[in-house]
Design a protein around this ligand. Structure first.
Ligand code: SAM
Length: 270
């Protein structure tokens, strides 16, 4: 899988050389290329921002360096005059990708599937979830564009949508200084789902959010530590009872901290 990342802080991504993703990169399972947006500037100061039209605080990233950088990555395909979708959000994760969330114009149609995917992290985007991570892990090429300042000139999304599938994706309901941390989180979340990245693929199946619930508590040796015992059922060797206990723990934990995840689940009815 190929991943291109556009940023004004390429050094942020040096951590992708570490740990499981670092190994995956060195084994050729994931090909990450980081591009410095400032390399596409033409002035002495390598400027990438300017004041917002209409006034307001802060600066906005100018479209030209974005256009040049994305042209170089995606190929400077001639804009399709028929494709001019508004860019306000993305197709919902749980829906087929050609169905937009209500009130949100979809940027994706059936014919689009062969187009590259370009993801712009944004607090105004659709939430990034485990379902998004799974979907991204099935892509062959994703380009990420890291915003800074007050964000990127909106026309960059519109221009990119003429030749790629564009998604605005949020890491959560808070505001970061830039898209770099969001991209790192997303790359780690889908990168570990790529075949061969995590040694034991079964460990991926039993994790929080994979079955819509939070994971059960885990224990290892010693069986007694500082007077605290491992639950007896886990020492019983009785697989069915262990599975039942774990499922109960999942429901209990999810009910305590994320009751929203239980809506409509028959196994969680009280
Ligand atoms: N003015 C923007 C707004 O209110 O929506 C926030 C801009 S933020 C200071 C700068 C950049 O950080 C954004 O363009 C985006 O790339 C990134 N960012 C901030 N919060 C984020 C979040 N929750 N999820 C994903 N990216 C985020």
């Amino acid at each position: 899988m190929r991943v291109d990342i556009v940023t004004i802080f390429p050094d942020y991504f040096s951590v992708l050389d570490l740990s499981l993703l670092g190994k995956a990169r060195s084994h050729g399972l994931i090909d990450v290329r980081v591009h410095d947006l400032r390399d596409a500037t033409t002035d002495r100061h390598r400027t990438v921002d300017d004041t917002p039209y209409g006034g307001g605080a802060g600066m906005v990233m100018t479209p030209e360096p974005w256009g040049r950088t994305l042209d170089a990555i995606l190929g400077a395909t001639a804009p399709d005059p028929l494709a001019s979708p508004g860019v306000d959000g993305v197709a919902a994760d749980d829906a087929p990708t050609d169905v937009a969330a209500p009130g949100v114009p979809s940027l994706v149609s059936h014919d689009d599937r062969e187009r590259p995917l370009v993801v712009f992290p944004s607090p105004a985007g659709a939430p990034f979830t485990q379902a998004t991570a799974r979907r991204y892990a099935a892509e062959s090429h994703i380009v990420f564009g890291c915003g800074r300042y007050e964000g990127i000139d909106h026309r960059v999304f519109e221009d990119t949508a003429r030749r790629a599938r564009v998604e605005l994706v949020s890491l959560g309901d808070y505001v970061l200084n830039g898209g770099e941390v969001a991209v790192l989180a997303m790359v780690e979340a889908f990168g570990r789902l790529l075949p061969g990245v995590v040694g034991n693929p079964e460990s991926l199946v039993e994790e929080s959010h994979e079955d819509g619930l939070l994971e059960y508590p885990s224990y290892t040796k010693p069986a007694t530590w500082r007077g605290l015992e491992v639950p007896a059922v886990l020492l019983s060797g009785h697989h069915a009872r262990v599975a039942e206990w774990r499922h109960e723990q999942q429901i209990e934990r999810t009910r305590a901290v994320r009751p929203d995840l239980l809506a409509g689940r028959a196994d969680a009815a009280e």
